[in-house]
Design a protein around this ligand. Structure first.
Ligand SMILES: Cc1cc2nc3c(=O)[nH]c(=O)nc-3n(C[C@H](O)[C@H](O)[C@H](O)COP(=O)(O)OP(=O)(O)OC[C@H]3O[C@@H](n4cnc5c(N)ncnc54)[C@H](O)[C@@H]3O)c2cc1C
Length: 399
């Protein structure tokens, strides 16, 4: 008996990575079903690097984001460790690599609203509830959800760090937990940010202010968990003063806005990015600490890559969930994810360590980056457009 499929692909999870994957597939003409409960409130922001912005432009999402997005023209790194060996201050300027900006910072709620609006425009079918069971077999995948059961050829698992899709594919992860928590909030400040993101490297982790439109910024403050719990319990006035002190009054008087988040820091990578007709994207595939704005930028490259491979398999009239397609996806994403995870891990651990040679190595690296123009420019280019992964959407081409 031949199988009956209700859609070619189901994307499970409606966070930003899943929404981008679903939109990319739908725009490529792939019959796509989104299985995703309504988005939870998210006060975080995302620094979207140039390739991600190009992809959102190509998918018709960016115009709705523009009023809510702040340009990132400069990135400043300041060693605030008070240690014996300190790194020099480094300022990266997008103009040095002939770009107007490295990217844009946007509140996740605005990004998700823009992506959801695009799924509605595209009339993308959606089941507004969670998948409760996912069972792959040789010919397809069966998914149980609030509206019954769906059968598809391929599942895109975009269901976050505790991914049901990943478990259904029998994929394990490799994880490292850090003794750190990120406190996140948005704030207003008296002085302009000058389109500059400032990252203070402290002995407990980075303290990063990223521009939002107007005289506002988002903050990611990485601390030991006990200190983070103390800060999050402070009154608005006390917390505003504490953050201004930690920012050395760089942006003048500060006033925190409602909405504080706490995120324990971890690095976690799936041992395979796809198996058994299930491909993982976003945090279902990899979690990286919020240092250097890598997480969702990787997640968008995942979505763009799998959409490209599925569209290609369809053009060739082959099975879109075949082992060969999944193996190509795994290979194409591995180097990008691994290199970013290693870089973020090394930077974070070099801050935490009391081991003098490691502090010296970090200081020397930043000294060289500061002094050697070609190295600086190569690093900046790699940051916005990684050599290991340039899916078509990131180049402004449809999949
Ligand atoms: C403090 C902080 C700051 C960050 N800043 C940046 C930054 O500046 N730049 C950057 O690139 N990245 C950043 N990141 C990383 C970025 O936030 C994540 O990579 C991104 O949110 C992950 O998106 P996602 O769609 O993979 O997962 P999520 O946003 O977790 O979405 C998963 C979705 O799946 C749904 N779901 C779960 N189970 C099921 C199920 N069974 N069925 C259906 N749906 C399900 C959930 O409801 C959720 O909507 C930051 C992270 C942190 C913690």
């Amino acid at each position: 008996m031949s199988d009956i499929f209700s859609a070619e692909v189901a994307v499970v999870g409606g966070g930003p990575a899943g929404l981008v994957a679903a939109i990319a597939l739908a725009t490529a003409g792939v019959d796509t079903l989104l299985i995703a409960p309504p988005a939870e409130p998210d006060h975080r922001t995302t620094a979207l690097l140039a390739g991600s912005v190009t992809a959102l432009e190509t998918l018709g999402v960016w115009p709705v984001c523009v009023p809510h997005a702040a340009l990132l023209r400069k990135i400043r790194l300041i060693d605030d460790t008070q240690r014996l060996i300190r790194a020099p201050e480094v300022l990266f300027t997008a103009a040095e690599i002939d770009l107007d900006a490295f990217g844009y910072n946007i509140e996740n709620r605005h990004l998700i609203a823009a992506l959801e609006a695009r799924t509605v425009e595209l009339k993308l079918a959606r089941i507004a509830g969670a998948a409760v069971s996912i069972t792959p077999d040789a010919a397809g995948v069966s998914i149980k959800h609030i509206d019954g059961e769906t059968r598809v050829r391929l599942v895109i698992g975009a269901d976050g760090r505790r991914s049901l899709c990943r478990a259904a594919a029998g994929i394990e992860t490799t994880q490292r937990l850090y003794p750190q928590t990120a406190l996140t909030l948005n704030l207003a400040h008296a002085r302009p940010h000058d389109d500059t993101s400032t990252e203070f490297h402290t002995a407990s982790g980075p303290f990063t202010l990223v521009p939002l439109p107007g005289r506002r910024s988002s903050l990611v403050c990485v601390l030991d968990p006990a200190r983070a719990a103390e800060l999050v319990a402070m009154s608005d006035a006390a917390l505003s003063a504490e953050i201004e002190r930690r920012a050395h009054s760089l942006l003048g008087k500060m006033a925190v806005e409602p909405g504080r988040g706490m995120f324990p820091l971890a690095i976690e990578t799936a041992d395979a990015f796809a198996r058994d007709r299930i491909a993982l994207v976003g945090e279902a595939a990899h979690v990286v600490p919020p240092i250097g704005a890598q997480g969702l930028n990787l997640g968008l490259r995942d979505g763009a890559t799998i959409a490209e491979l599925v569209a290609e398999a369809r053009r060739q009239n082959t099975d879109i969930g075949a082992p060969g397609v999944l193996a190509r996806y795994d290979t194409q994403r591995r180097a990008d994810v691994t290199s970013r995870s290693i870089a973020v891990d090394l930077l974070n651990r070099s801050l935490l360590t009391d081991f003098l040679p490691a502090q010296g190595a970090r200081g020397l690296s930043l000294y060289l980056v500061d002094r050697i123009g070609p190295l600086r420019r190569a690093l900046m280019r790699e940051g916005v457009a990684p050599a290991a992964s340039r899916p078509r959407l990131m180049r402004g081409e449809m999949v």
